[in-house]
Design a protein around this ligand. Structure first.
Ligand code: PHE
Length: 460
């Protein structure tokens, strides 16, 4: 069954907003600042920018092209583009691993999206006000230990996402991003201004842009690449599916640059929202995930208008999370619809139930199921509970795997005329540069990363 009635984005701008909504997520606002903190600042940021430029943009172009060429979701897209090739079943399998990846990501992402919704509520109701030292740690730990709290807020995230998806591209996704994205940018700017007025700007600049190359190790390179791929929503069917709804007259290279630029800009700006207040309060940067959920609430509690800005901060996180969960949910629904298995609303319902179960397991793995280990065959995964395992396998391993094969497919297998036509740069120098990166650099570097990853050299 082909996608004859498939909906399209109403414009390139609508696509751009949705794709930026997908890219800008917890990865930018929650993860980027603490990873920069853990990896020593400026040198890591520089490396990250290099990865976005040389791998990120070419790979977004690759995935958009595979999706848009036949305007089909991944399994069908690979199937159609590999028509007549002996290796066609293999490529359909790659389409399948692409579809499985966002499912795995949502297994943990929905839980964290739930945390953010819970924190908006807790901030509004004043549960994070007037706390003494150490109490935010207790609040966070209590949430983690409570299956009911975690599942309640996770369920809300699933319901919001499934509802938006069930309404379709124009009435659902576009409408949601049209509201959420401008609010997200507005809040972010407000937070940066607030943060800058409270001091710490010079330290922040120095920290984020002064490169100390002695801090760069093999592991930092791996970390920067993993973070960039995750942040740009690569290797997870998202860009392929969003690309399949992209009108043919829109320029893929331009849009890819737009997405990468906006995503990186938000990650850097998020650093300026978070670091100055940390520096002025003399707190520890290297506090991992606690940075946002434990350290920041303490600071908001002590600052003028802290509660208002605390509410805004967690709303920002929640909006960023929801525009990403939408994009992670869409590939499954798009595939079920395209296969003619069921209508969009029914597909959204079934996918919602399935993902709720998976995310539920993840939520329970922080308390009642914390001792359960699903995979124990190698030391790298043996210590991981369900949630960590899902993150490790989907957000790292599978994403790298999918991008590697997307690159090999477009660079070596796909009909050159099709590629030229979709990319729309003619047989120019720029096109050749892109092709060289995709054909040679991506397989070597991403292939090496996959090896390094399984050899346990990439911490997640
Ligand atoms: N890019 C999103 C973030 O930074 C996460 C994401 C990954 C979304 C893959 C879609 C696909 O949070």
């Amino acid at each position: 069954m082909t996608h004859v009635t498939q909906e399209k984005w109403s414009s390139g701008m609508a696509f751009l907003l949705a794709a930026i909504g997908s890219a800008v997520g917890l990865g930018n606002i929650y993860r980027f600042p603490y990873i920069v903190g853990q990896n020593g600042g400026g040198a890591f940021v520089l490396l990250y920018l290099g990865v976005v430029l040389f791998f990120g943009i070419p790979l977004i172009m690759t995935e958009l092209t595979i999706g848009r060429r036949r305007q089909l979701p991944p399994i069908a897209a690979y199937g159609a583009l590999a028509e007549g090739m002996k290796s066609r079943p293999f490529w359909k399998l790659i389409g399948f691993t692409n579809i499985m990846t966002p499912i795995g990501i949502l297994g943990f992402y929905f839980v964290i999206a739930g945390w953010t919704l819970n924190y908006v509520y807790s901030m509004i109701t004043g549960q994070l006000s007037n706390l003494v030292e150490g109490q935010t740690q207790t609040v966070f730990a209590e949430m983690m230990n409570s299956p009911v709290t975690l599942i309640f807020w996770m369920t809300l995230a699933v319901l919001i996402t499934a509802f938006i998806i069930s309404r379709g591209i124009k009435a659902g996704l576009e409408k949601a991003v049209n509201v959420l994205m401008p609010m997200l940018f507005f809040i972010l700017v407000l937070l940066v201004i607030y943060s800058l007025f409270n001091g710490g700007i010079v330290e922040t600049f120095k920290f984020m842009f002064y490169p100390d190359f002695s801090k760069i190790t093999g592991e930092t390179v791996l970390e920067a690449t993993g973070q960039a791929f995750f942040s740009l929503s690569l290797g997870s069917a998202t860009m392929m599916v969003y690309g399949s709804y992209l009108p043919k007259n829109e320029s893929i290279p331009k849009l890819a640059c737009g997405v990468a630029f906006a995503d990186t800009f938000v990650a850097l700006i998020a650093g300026f929202a978070v670091f100055p207040i940390i520096f002025t309060n003399g707190l520890d940067l290297d506090s991992g995930p606690n940075l946002v959920f434990v350290t920041l609430p303490v600071i908001f509690d002590q600052m003028p208008f802290g509660q208002v800005f605390g509410i805004l901060f967690f709303m920002l996180l929640a909006f960023a999370a929801i525009t990403s969960t939408i994009s992670l949910f869409e590939p499954t629904v798009s595939t079920l619809e395209e296969k003619g298995i069921c209508s969009r609303p029914v597909a959204s319902l079934f996918a919602g139930i399935g993902l709720w179960c998976l995310a539920g397991l993840s939520a329970l793995s922080m308390n009642v199921l914390s001792d359960v280990r699903l995979l124990t065959f190698t030391e790298t995964v043996a210590g991981k509970n369900i949630m960590d395992l899902l993150e490790y396998m989907s957000a790292n391993a599978m994403m790298l795997f999918n991008t590697l094969f997307a690159g090999i497919f477009i660079g070596w297998m796909m009909n050159r005329k099709d590629v030229l036509e979709e990319i729309g740069l003619g047989d120019s120098l720029l096109f050749k540069f892109w092709l060289t990166i995709i054909r040679f650099v991506v397989p070597v570097v991403v292939g090496y990363l996959i090896y390094a990853f399984f050899a346990g050299k990439l911490s997640s």
